[in-house]
Design a protein around this ligand. Sequence first.
Ligand SMILES: [Zn+2]
Length: 840
Amino acid sequence: MPGRGRPSKRARNKSGLKNQSRAARSNPSDSVADDARRSSSQSSGSTDQDQEESEWAELTRIFDGLKLQYSEEGSEFEGDDDLEDVDEQSEWEGLEDEEFTEVLAAMAIDEDPNDHDWIPEKIRKKAERRRAMNRKARPTQYVKGPDVMNKSKRTQERYRKSMRNQSALDAFGFSKKPTAHTPEQPAPSTSNNAAAAVTAAAGASTRLVQTTLPIPAPKNTRTRSASILSDPSSVDEIEEINPPQESTLPGTIAEDAHESEAPRDSPETAGDEVLDPGPEDWEEELETAVRGSGQDEIRDWDVLRKQIKDELKKKSRTLPLSRVNQLFILQNFATLRLKGFSRMDASREIARQWHEGEGVWFARRVRALARHYQIFEQLPIEKRGGAKNARSWLHDESVQARARAWLTAQPIGKVTPRLLRDALNSVIFPELNISPKAPLSERTARRWLIKLGWRRTVVRKGVYMDGHERDDVVQYRRDVFLPAMKEFEARMVRYEGPELTEVQPILAPGVRPVIAQYHDECCFHANDESKSLWLQPGKQPLRKKGRGRLIHVSDFINEADGRLVLRDASGSIVRDARRIIYPGSNGDAWWDNEQLLKQVTDAIAIFEAAHPDCQCLFIFDQSSAHASLPPDALRAFDMNKSNGGKQRKQRDTVIPESNPTVELRGRPQKMTTPSGEAKGLQMVLEERGFNVSNLRAKCSPVCPFESQNCCMARLLSQQDDFKNQISMLESLIKKAGHECLFLPKFHCELNPIEMYWGWCKYRYREVPKANFKEAKEVARQFLDACPIEVIRRFINRSWRFISAYRLGLTGKAAEWAVRKQRQHRQVSQRAMHAIESILS
Ligand SMILES: [Zn+2]
C-alpha cells in the first residue's frame, strides 16, 4: 500500500464479537429478566417513574438513531472540513485536457515513429506540431551507474584495480542502510505479520508508533506492494516497494501498517478519509477482481496495445476527452512496457508528461489504470457523469422531499455532505423502500446538496431550523392536528395523576369510546452496543458501517393494553399487531407501504376483536410511506408536457374550489383525452384557466426550493386536488369505520412510541450480542418487557406537549412546561403563568 494511499478494504466485523472480552458477555436473557424486574418494581413508586420517564426522554433523544438525534449532535463535527469542495472533481475528470492529449500523442509518435495511423488525424497533426516545436528530451535508457560488465576485459580489470584499495565508506561517517531490494521475500505473509506486530506494539497510540519505530525494514514496506496497484508476481515491482520519494517517510509507512490493521473508526485515523484523495469505486472493483481472478487470464501488452489502438481509432470522436486521454495513457504505457521499461518507469514517464512535480501520485494512478485495463480489458466505468440515461434518485420527488425535510431539520451549520449521505443511506432510502445498487457516496451527496440549492448561506439564514415552527407545520398543528385531538380526547379513557388513575369519558348515547394507537417504525442494529460507541470524538453512529444487520420493527402502542395485542382469557397473547422483519441484502425485503397496509389491516382486526365497542384512532407520523397514494393518483411530476405518450393514466378529478378562475370551480376534469390518451401538463392547466405559454414543463434538475410556479409540473402539483389526496393508508382505515390522524412534521415528541423505542433500545444496547440470532432474541425480549404503566406515562408526556401547544407554548417553553408538570397529563394554566412571568 503506497504511503499516501488508502488502506485496502478489509472485511468488516459483522459478528459484533471483535474487541469484546468473553467475561463481558453475560447471558442476555438474565439481564432482560433483571431489567423487567427492575422496571416493574419501579413502576410502584411514582417518583422513580418520573425519574425514569425523563431519563427516557433524554435517552430517546440521544439513542434513537433514526429519529431524534439530528438535533442532538454535539460539537463533534466542528473539525470537519467537509464543506471545502476539495474533491468535488474526480481525479480522471481533470484529465479533460487537450494539451495533455497532444503531449501523449507526441509521446506515442516518438515511441513508435512508424506506427501512428491509429492516432486520429486531428490529434496527430497537433501532436506533430508540438513535437517539432519543443520535444522534451527523454533518456532512452535510464542511468543505473557504469555498466562495467559490458566493457572490455581490460576496462573491467581497470575498474577492479581502482576499487581494490578503497576503504569502507563507514570510515567517513556513512552508515549502511537496509537495501530496498529483497526479491526473495515472500511478500504477503511476512508483511501481515509485520503489520500485526506493529499493531500489537502500538497498543496505546499511533503517535507512539511513529516516534519509536525505527526505519521500517523492507519487508515491512512490502505490505504496500500487495496493494491493488501492484503485482506481487512480477519482478519489476520491487522497485515500487520503496521508491526514493517515499522511503524518507518512515512515520507515514509505520502509520500505514498500523492503520491497515486498526479498526477504521479509531479517532487517530478518522481524519485521513477527508484528506486522502481516496480510491474511486472502480479501484475497489479492481481490488476484488485481483483477489478473485487467476493471473493467467491476463493478456500481454502487445495484444492489449492493438486493442487500445483500435479503440482510439474507432471511438476518438465520440469518447469524452478524459477517456481519450486514458486510452492514450494506456497505449503509451503498453509501448514503454514492451520496450522493457518497468511498470514504475513507464508510469513515471507518463506522469512526467502530465505535470512535473505531481509524479508519484499520478504515476500510481497510471499503474492502477493499466492494471485495470489488463484485467478487464476496458476502461474503468465512470460511475458519475456521462451516462445520460443513468437516472439519479435525486429526480425522485419523494427522495427530494425527504432530503429537504432532513436538511431543514438540521441544526445551524451542522449540515455536511457526509451527514446527508448517511441520512440518505441509512434512513431516507430504507424508509422509501429504495435500494440503490450501491450506497450513495459522499461526493454524490455533496452534488445533491448543491443541486438542492443548499448553500451555507441558506443555513445561516436559519429560516426553519428545527422545522417545528415552519409556517406549514404550525398551520397543520394549529388547524388540523390539535382540534382533531381535542375532539378525540373527549372520548378517551385517561390515566391521570401520579397514580395513573383511570378516568372514564362521559359519552353521549351512541358515541363509541376512542382508543388511540400510536404507530411507528424503528430499527435495531445487530451490533449496537453500549454508550461508548457514541462517545468517540468525531464519530456519528449513523456513519458506522459496521452496525450489523437490521431488525426492523413496526408496532402500535396504546393506553389500554400497552401494545396492540389480543389476549385470551388467561391473559396470554393470541394475536399481535407487531411486525418484525430483518431486511437487508440476505434478508427480507425492505419495509414498504404494502407491508404497512397489510399490518394495519391485521391491526384493525385485532383491535375489533379486543375492543368490539370502541373506535380506533390510528396515529402516524407524516412519512411519505404513510402518505403513499394509490396507483392512479394525481401526480403532476409524472406527467409529460403534451398528451399521450408513455405517461401513466391518472384518475379523473374535479377542479378545486381554490381555482383562480371562478367559473371553472367544481367542474369535473377528465385526465384522459376523448381518444383515451393521458392528458399532458399543458392541456390540464389550460383547462383550468392557466396561461402556461411561457412556462417550461419541468425544472431541471429540480425545482428551486420553495418555488410555487417555476414550471408547469410544480404549478399543477400545488393545486388542491393534487395536493390533498387521501393516502391508501387513510382510506383503508376510514373504510373500516375507524379514524386516522397524522402527526405534524418534526413533532416526534407527540408520538409516545418514540419513547418506547428509546426505552427498548437503551436496554438492548446494554446487552452484548454474540451474533444476529442473539440480537434478534434480545430485541424481542425488550420489546415485550416494557410495562404498561411506563407506556401510559410516555403517552401522558405526549399529551402534556399537546396541551402546551394548545396553550400556545412552543419550543423550549413547551419543553420546560412539560418537564415541570411531570405528574400530570396536562400542562396547567399555572405553569403557563409561570413561564409568562419569566419571559416578561
Ligand atoms: Zn419547477
